[in-house]
Design a protein around this ligand. Sequence first.
Ligand code: CP
Length: 298
Amino acid sequence: GRDLLSLADLQTQEIYDLLALAKQLKSGEIKPDFQRKTLGLLFRKASTRTRVSFSVAMHQLGGHVIDLDPSVTQVSRGEPIEDTARVLDRYVDILAIRTSAQLELETFAKYCKIPIINALSDLEHPCQVLADLLTVQENFSKLQGLTMTYVGDGNNMAHSLLLGCALVGMNIRVATPKGFAPDPAIVAQARSLARGSEVIVTHDPKLAVQAAHVLYTDVWASMGQESEAVDRIPIFQPYQLNTDLMALADRSAIVLHCLPAHRGEEITDDVMEGKQSRIWDEAENRLHAQKALLVSLL
Ligand code: CP
């Protein structure tokens, strides 16, 4: 089957087709029937949005969801992934996996014929970016030529935004503190995918935000980096999404955040709750974008 391990597994037209399908599903224009299809959720880490939106999406499509929590399967007792994958392949129709190792996703994909979806890994968060692009397109009625600026940690979100924006023809600028830049291999990949749109990686948040249409940020310390969180605050402070930084963006600019947010750290409360925030629509769009993904992969 086809997998979504990285946003770069999709071609430009496939992303636009998924967004169009997501809109049709959102409006109720089409209602696929997934009777007897089962989605397995194998999440090694906590999740609110991804877990619930995938579950509700599958239920609304008429299918079933099974929670393959590693702590109640043999996964947590050391059964090899190669064996687990070959068994699950014979039970469920599609698997969404959250793991801290992209390699684990690749192993599942290698040993399964069913589609494997990356529901957040150390390297990428492709499902989130599909919802982000849907939200941007709903606001501006286009994607091509717009500028997205991401400020903060050059993490998995930054990686998928780099690839996603490059693929759809948006300019992407990523501003991080020194030592927190995105993976150079992914930046190079984004540059090779971009057809004329800019891919800029910088340490200057003010320069990055100039005239941007979408401002994006994410937590400064992800799951597993909690011990570093306090040390990171002063280093990341200039990258906080606040009204001063927003004043430099385009007047029509919107604000996105994948959530969960740490108010007062990467984003201020007034920006999160302000007129330019589309954060709650963005969270809702996880449901519609992932429905489109399930329909497309199944
Ligand atoms: N944005 C996101 O993936 O949220 P969860 O970690 O709650 O799934």
